[in-house]
Design a protein around this ligand. Structure first.
Ligand SMILES: NC(=O)c1ccc[n+]([C@@H]2O[C@H](COP(=O)([O-])OP(=O)(O)OC[C@H]3O[C@@H](n4cnc5c(N)ncnc54)[C@H](OP(=O)(O)O)[C@@H]3O)[C@@H](O)[C@H]2O)c1
Length: 371
């Protein structure tokens, strides 16, 4: 990154950081109506994806749309989901996340239809990189340059748009050098089909290699109070290179809301939690002290476990932009309220320490997927 760009990134961080710790007590700004009955207050807090002249201003939280079609058990009717996405925009959300793989395909179709009335006013993100045959995920990866090009053409049609603002490689494909992937996206950017490049679940080396070919605007990886490893490995690299970080599953797939428990049943044909070690009944119980801490912290302050979980993520760096998913307007409203939460330095330190003292039981993915 050019040094000037880098400075802009750091200055922004310093400004956001100082406002974060400015208040002397944990507070909700007066604009935030979550405690009042006025449900649909517009949320105007913003953050930046990327740095320098190409950075993109987006809402402080985005909306992850995956669960409206994929991997979260039930699939709601399309009409209320379109209404929810449009309501999110009215409430100030300008960052929407989907992928070819969600469905597959149906989530991009849903999002494309929902955002059509305000397409130019938002940042639309999608992803390529999984192998899909006969409308089914094969479990493999495919980032062959020719395939990336085909996927982007099809995604553009489903999303009803002529350009995708941010396209992520969904998973690093060990068969294809990351430089070739970055080079392909670079060409797509030159052609105007894509505006920015992102990676998902890439490690430090791949981030650096990709960034040397085409600026990486954002890294989207799992990060939550249950999955804190990014703070040690990839977040320092993002900081150095001026790459924003977009935590996916920021509520640990609902666990951190306290809304699911050891009796929750998943529809295995459409819910990856059925296969993830962390969601086994015994592990849900073993990790429950994290919910106790969040509940107690929230009870003193009129906040929910979900709100504290999201605010904690945003308090780590001013360029972290979580994308919680929901199918419920009430949850959307609750989640967006977290953008206005400010921790004092002492509160943040204590909360972080209390949670770090809990040993999380159960891996986030089964071993082959983790690899
Ligand atoms: N890059 C990747 O590989 C990758 C992987 C996974 C996900 N993602 C992206 O990240 C987004 C979010 O991830 P995610 O859906 O896995 O996990 P998440 O956002 O951590 O959790 C979503 C789950 O939490 C529930 N929920 C949300 N807010 C709630 C609240 N306030 N109270 C109670 N329950 C609440 C939702 O159920 P309700 O619908 O009932 O609210 C849903 O089941 C996805 O939509 C997708 O865009 C990316």
């Amino acid at each position: 990154m050019k040094s000037q760009d880098r400075r802009g990134f750091l200055k922004l961080g310093a400004l956001a950081g100082s406002s974060l710790f400015a208040s002397s007590a944990f507070s909700i700004s007066s604009r935030n109506q979550i405690i009042k009955s006025e449900a649909f207050d517009k949320n105007t807090k913003t953050r930046f994806l990327g740095s320098g002249k190409d950075r993109i201003e987006v809402s402080a939280l985005g909306l992850g749309c995956m669960g409206m079609s994929f991997n979260r058990s039930f699939i709601p009717d399309k009409k209320p989901m379109i209404a929810l996405i449009r309501k999110a925009y009215e409430m100030g959300v300008t960052l929407f996340d989907t992928a070819e793989a969600y469905g597959p395909f149906t989530n991009e179709e849903l999002v494309g239809e929902a955002i059509a009335p305000f397409r130019k006013k938002i940042t639309l993100c999608s992803k390529f990189g999984f192998d899909i045959q006969n409308n089914k995920m094969t479990g493999g990866l495919n980032s062959h340059p020719a395939h990336i090009r085909e996927v982007i053409e099809q995604s553009l049609k489903r999303l009803k748009t002529d350009t995708i603002d941010l396209v992520y490689q969904h998973r690093v494909d060990p068969k294809i050098p990351i430089e070739d992937v970055a080079g392909t996206v670079k060409d797509l950017i030159k052609e105007g089909k894509v505006k920015h490049f992102g990676l998902s679940e890439a490690g430090p080396q791949n981030i650096r290699k990709a960034h040397s070919i085409q600026t990486v605007t954002a890294l989207q990886s799992e990060f939550s109070l249950m999955t804190r490893e990014p703070l040690e490995d990839v977040i320092p690299v993002c900081e150095e290179l001026g790459i924003s970080f977009v935590p996916y599953s920021p509520l640990s797939r609902a666990y951190l809301t306290g809304y699911i428990n050891e009796r929750t049943k998943y529809i295995a044909s459409n819910d990856n939690r059925a296969t993830l070690p962390r969601y086994k009944s015994e592990n849900i119980i073993a990790n429950w002290s994290i919910i106790d801490i969040l509940t107690e912290f929230g009870n003193q302050r009129g906040l929910t476990a979900a709100q504290i979980s999201l605010a904690w993520l945003m308090a780590q760096k001013p360029w972290i932009i979580p994308i919680p998913g929901t199918t419920k307007l009430a949850h959307l409203q609750e989640n967006l309220g977290s953008a206005n939460i400010e921790f004092t330095a002492d509160e943040l330190t204590k909360l972080t320490r209390d949670i770090a003292n809990i040993k999380i039981v159960g891996d986030r993915y089964p071993t082959p997927q983790t690899k």
